[in-house]
Design a protein. Structure first.
Length: 129
Protein backbone atom coordinates (compact mmCIF):
# COMPACT_ATOMS: atom_id res chain seq x y z
CA UNK A 1 0.00 0.00 0.00
CA UNK A 2 1.35 3.41 -0.96
CA UNK A 3 1.56 6.27 1.50
CA UNK A 4 0.84 9.73 0.12
CA UNK A 5 2.11 13.04 1.45
CA UNK A 6 1.19 16.48 0.04
CA UNK A 7 3.72 19.29 -0.36
CA UNK A 8 3.43 22.76 -1.85
CA UNK A 9 6.46 24.34 -3.51
CA UNK A 10 7.43 27.58 -1.79
CA UNK A 11 9.62 30.34 -3.14
CA UNK A 12 12.47 29.24 -0.86
CA UNK A 13 12.44 25.82 -2.59
CA UNK A 14 13.27 27.26 -5.99
CA UNK A 15 16.22 28.66 -7.88
CA UNK A 16 16.27 31.97 -9.76
CA UNK A 17 14.23 30.45 -12.59
CA UNK A 18 11.42 29.43 -10.22
CA UNK A 19 12.30 25.72 -10.58
CA UNK A 20 12.68 23.48 -7.52
CA UNK A 21 16.35 23.16 -6.61
CA UNK A 22 17.39 19.52 -7.13
CA UNK A 23 18.43 18.82 -3.52
CA UNK A 24 14.99 19.80 -2.25
CA UNK A 25 13.48 16.65 -3.75
CA UNK A 26 15.57 14.70 -1.23
CA UNK A 27 14.09 16.83 1.55
CA UNK A 28 10.59 16.23 0.22
CA UNK A 29 10.98 12.46 0.15
CA UNK A 30 12.58 12.50 3.62
CA UNK A 31 9.55 14.32 5.02
CA UNK A 32 7.25 11.81 3.35
CA UNK A 33 9.22 8.86 4.81
CA UNK A 34 9.11 10.44 8.27
CA UNK A 35 5.35 10.84 7.97
CA UNK A 36 5.01 7.24 6.74
CA UNK A 37 7.03 5.95 9.74
CA UNK A 38 4.84 7.93 12.13
CA UNK A 39 1.64 6.65 10.49
CA UNK A 40 2.94 3.08 10.76
CA UNK A 41 3.05 3.60 14.53
CA UNK A 42 6.84 3.54 14.74
CA UNK A 43 8.19 5.89 17.41
CA UNK A 44 11.71 6.73 16.28
CA UNK A 45 12.60 8.26 19.66
CA UNK A 46 11.53 5.06 21.44
CA UNK A 47 13.40 2.99 18.86
CA UNK A 48 16.57 4.92 19.64
CA UNK A 49 16.07 4.82 23.41
CA UNK A 50 14.82 1.22 23.76
CA UNK A 51 16.47 -0.62 20.87
CA UNK A 52 19.55 1.60 20.58
CA UNK A 53 19.11 1.99 16.81
CA UNK A 54 18.21 4.75 14.38
CA UNK A 55 17.26 4.77 10.71
CA UNK A 56 19.83 5.99 8.19
CA UNK A 57 19.75 6.36 4.43
CA UNK A 58 22.40 4.14 2.91
CA UNK A 59 21.69 4.68 -0.77
CA UNK A 60 19.54 6.83 -3.03
CA UNK A 61 19.13 6.25 -6.74
CA UNK A 62 17.26 9.23 -8.16
CA UNK A 63 15.82 10.25 -11.52
CA UNK A 64 14.83 13.85 -12.20
CA UNK A 65 12.17 13.61 -14.90
CA UNK A 66 10.51 17.04 -15.08
CA UNK A 67 10.77 20.27 -13.08
CA UNK A 68 8.44 21.31 -10.29
CA UNK A 69 7.87 25.04 -10.06
CA UNK A 70 6.96 27.69 -7.54
CA UNK A 71 3.48 27.20 -6.03
CA UNK A 72 2.98 23.69 -7.49
CA UNK A 73 0.99 21.27 -5.37
CA UNK A 74 2.91 18.01 -5.23
CA UNK A 75 2.24 14.58 -3.85
CA UNK A 76 4.93 12.20 -2.64
CA UNK A 77 4.06 8.52 -2.90
CA UNK A 78 6.07 6.09 -0.81
CA UNK A 79 5.90 2.32 -1.07
CA UNK A 80 7.99 -0.46 0.44
CA UNK A 81 9.73 -2.45 -2.26
CA UNK A 82 11.52 -5.01 -0.07
CA UNK A 83 12.44 -5.75 3.54
CA UNK A 84 15.29 -7.91 4.82
CA UNK A 85 16.73 -8.34 8.28
CA UNK A 86 19.12 -5.48 7.70
CA UNK A 87 17.51 -3.10 5.23
CA UNK A 88 14.34 -1.56 3.92
CA UNK A 89 14.13 -0.54 0.26
CA UNK A 90 11.49 2.02 -0.70
CA UNK A 91 10.23 3.50 -3.95
CA UNK A 92 9.31 7.17 -3.79
CA UNK A 93 7.76 9.33 -6.49
CA UNK A 94 7.04 13.05 -6.56
CA UNK A 95 4.01 13.85 -8.68
CA UNK A 96 2.19 16.95 -9.89
CA UNK A 97 -1.32 15.76 -10.69
CA UNK A 98 -0.62 12.49 -12.55
CA UNK A 99 2.81 13.51 -13.89
CA UNK A 100 5.84 11.94 -12.21
CA UNK A 101 8.52 14.62 -11.75
CA UNK A 102 11.03 12.73 -9.62
CA UNK A 103 11.54 9.08 -8.79
CA UNK A 104 13.88 7.49 -6.25
CA UNK A 105 14.77 4.14 -4.80
CA UNK A 106 15.94 4.61 -1.22
CA UNK A 107 17.73 2.00 0.89
CA UNK A 108 17.25 2.46 4.64
CA UNK A 109 19.35 0.69 7.27
CA UNK A 110 19.64 0.84 11.04
CA UNK A 111 22.72 2.03 12.88
CA UNK A 112 23.53 1.32 16.51
CA UNK A 113 24.81 3.85 19.04
CA UNK A 114 28.37 3.52 17.74
CA UNK A 115 27.30 4.15 14.14
CA UNK A 116 27.71 0.54 13.05
CA UNK A 117 25.10 -1.38 11.03
CA UNK A 118 22.42 -3.16 13.05
CA UNK A 119 19.49 -5.41 12.20
CA UNK A 120 16.10 -3.79 11.78
CA UNK A 121 14.08 -4.40 14.95
CA UNK A 122 11.75 -7.41 14.52
CA UNK A 123 8.62 -5.34 15.21
CA UNK A 124 9.52 -3.02 12.33
CA UNK A 125 10.11 -5.92 9.92
CA UNK A 126 6.67 -7.26 10.85
CA UNK A 127 4.93 -3.90 10.48
CA UNK A 128 6.27 -3.17 7.01
CA UNK A 129 5.93 -6.68 5.59
Amino acid sequence: MAHTFPIRVYYEDTDMAGIVYYANYLKYIERARSDWVRQMGIDQNAMREQDGVVFAVRRVEADYLAPAKFDDELEIRTQVQSVTGARLVMEQHVLRADETLFSAQVTIVCLNETGHPARLPANIRLIVH
